[in-house]
Ligand binder design. Structure first.
Ligand code: ADP
Ligand code: MG
Length: 245
């Protein structure tokens, strides 16, 4: 489903060059849910943005469904992203003057799906994320956790095989964080979706099948557990300093 090989990335700021990712290699199978863990500045967002085709790497390759996305032209990549990649942001990124349902339908507008089908698919997903009663409200009328549910529904509306989430619970309290992680785990199970979730919280990582940890731009750990509670992540949770961020 996803294959990252020899991936390195260097940012140029002024005359300074900084290599933030160094020779990253891993493979994710269809239906896996992976936590990408690491302290602030370790390169998590950069890696996620590269995998989601939002930036091009300085070195290495990223295959999604067997296709090398770093070699695609801008147009081809944009089209590929619309069909194959879902993205969930920490800050939801909803459009304030559109209703909940219109926000969820938006990616289908770009795919020219007809209004009746857009509506049907949006309503079905909004029911699945527990917002059947809120479809005609505006984002500002929802709690943070509910807004993140809208953003999750929007990321799934194009039925992408892989969904990337950058600290999806970063702005939420502990109880809401747990509910959102429950939802992602349930969607992973019921829809066989592949999820890559960036987090700096080891409690989130402890609930996924697999943890990939970055340290100073290198892959420091890749624990590949098949089911349930993740012991490596649990051990990390014990060792981690209270303010990893
Ligand atoms: P994380 O998400 O793990 O906190 P990031 O991937 O955001 O880490 O950042 C990794 C490193 O890359 C940091 O040192 C950050 O300052 C640097 N960085 C991120 N984006 C840019 C950019 N656009 N230009 C220059 N440096 C950047
Ligand atoms: Mg980040």
């Amino acid at each position: 489903m996803l294959e990252v090989s020899g991936l390195s990335h260097t940012f140029l700021s002024g005359t300074e060059q900084s290599q933030v990712l160094k020779n990253i290699n891993f493979t994710v199978n269809k239906g896996e849910i992976v936590a990408l863990l690491g302290s602030s500045g370790s390169g998590k967002s950069t890696l996620l943005n590269l995998m989601a085709g939002l930036m091009k790497p300085t070195e290495g390759s990223i295959l999604i469904d067997g296709q090398p996305i770093e070699r695609m032209s801008e147009n081809k990549l944009a089209e590929f992203r619309r069909h194959h990649i879902g993205f969930i942001f920490q800050s939801y990124e909803l459009i304030s003057h559109l209703t909940v349902r219109e926000n969820v339908e938006l990616p289908l507008v770009f795919q020219s799906v007809k209004p009746s089908e857009r509506r049907e698919r949006a309503m079905s997903l909004l029911t699945q994320v527990g917002l059947a009663e809120k479809t005609e409200l505006f984002p500002s009328q929802l709690s943070g956790g509910q807004q993140q549910r809208v953003s999750i529904a929007r990321s799934l509306i194009t039925r992408p095989p892989v969904v990337f989430a950058d600290e999806p619970t970063g702005n939420l309290d502990t109880k809401t964080e747990k509910e959102i992680i429950d939802l992602l785990l349930e969607l992973n199970r019921t829809l066989q979706l592949t999820f890559i979730i960036v987090t700096h919280e080891s409690e989130v990582a402890a609930r996924t099948q697999r943890v990939i940890q970055l340290k100073d731009g290198r892959l420091a750990e890749d624990s590949d557990y098949l089911h349930g509670e993740n012991e490596t992540a649990a051990a990390l949770a014990d060792e981690a300093p209270p303010a990893l961020a």
